[in-house]
Design a protein around this ligand. Structure first.
Ligand code: PRT
Ligand code: MG
Length: 214
């Protein structure tokens, strides 16, 4: 029974490699040196596919992959339907926050009940956050370089992932409110879990034990 694992290039791939190793799985090619999207592993029945970070939940939902590793940010935006989420892998950790241009009086704007223009790649997370606070927002959906939105006057604030804070500082933005902590989750297609229970359980258990030792 073959198993397909969906990962995204970059930090998620890098931090998942040791977890795969704990499950006895090693990708046999250097993915950075290849333009391929499908990779064989040392186990003939396991392969890895590389997709956009935000597409990992989609591949797993529709059975393009049996399991995958997705940031909680991508998972919330996707909605999580059709996905079994057995494990917080505690990798690719960061937080999602509200940030504004240095000098913008965010507290005042919020207190005054002003309508805030929010630019973000994460409209679902942003909408829920501001709705819970009773703040009215206009949402501008972006796919990257959110930092630019307040600098050009297109938005009052952004909702984006923050790790060291260097990107915000480099663009004269300040973090004004954390929304939630983010880490990556193991996600599994619910039908696969029934049809391929033994091999998937073996991978989930190996990941769980590796995570508990981290
Ligand atoms: O580019 P694409 O649309 O495919 O997806 P992506 O950019 O989300 O992918 P990728 O590989 O960059 O991130 C994958 C996952 O890693 C995200 O979904 C998060 O769950 C997690 N993660 C952890 C991060 C960060 N830390 C992070 N710092 N993802 C992005 N960033 C970016 C952030 O958007 C900002 O531009 O790094 C910048 C901030 O970093 P600092 O250190 O300057 O604060
Ligand atoms: Mg990226």
């Amino acid at each position: 029974m073959s198993i397909t694992i969906a990962l995204s290039k970059g930090r998620i791939y890098d931090e998942t490699v040791p977890l795969l190793a704990a499950a006895g799985i090693a990708v046999t090619e250097d993915i950075e040196k290849s333009r391929k999207l499908i990779f064989e592993t040392n186990q003939s029945h396991v392969r890895v596919v590389l997709v956009r970070a935000s597409d990992v939940p989609v591949y797993v939902e529709y059975g393009g992959a049996d399991l995958g590793v997705a940031g909680l940010d991508s998972l919330i935006e996707h909605g999580g339907q059709g996905l079994y989420q057995p494990l917080d892998l505690r990798i690719a950790r960061c937080r999602i926050s509200v940030a504004v241009r240095n000098g913008f009086d965010y507290a005042h704007a919020v207190k005054q009940g002003a309508r805030l223009r929010i630019a973000t790649k994460y409209p679902e997370i942003a909408r829920n956050f501001f709705a819970a606070k009773g703040v009215h927002v206009d949402m501008i959906k972006l796919y990257g370089s959110m930092e630019l939105a307040p600098l050009t006057g297109m938005a009052d604030a952004i909702v984006d992932l923050v790790s060291t804070g260097n990107t915000l500082r480099a663009n004269d933005l300040v973090e004004v409110e954390p929304i939630m902590d983010i880490s990556s989750r193991l996600i599994v297609n619910q039908a696969s879990l029934k049809l391929k229970q033994a091999p998937l359980r073996a991978i989930i258990d190996a990941f769980a034990s590796a995570v508990s030792k981290n």
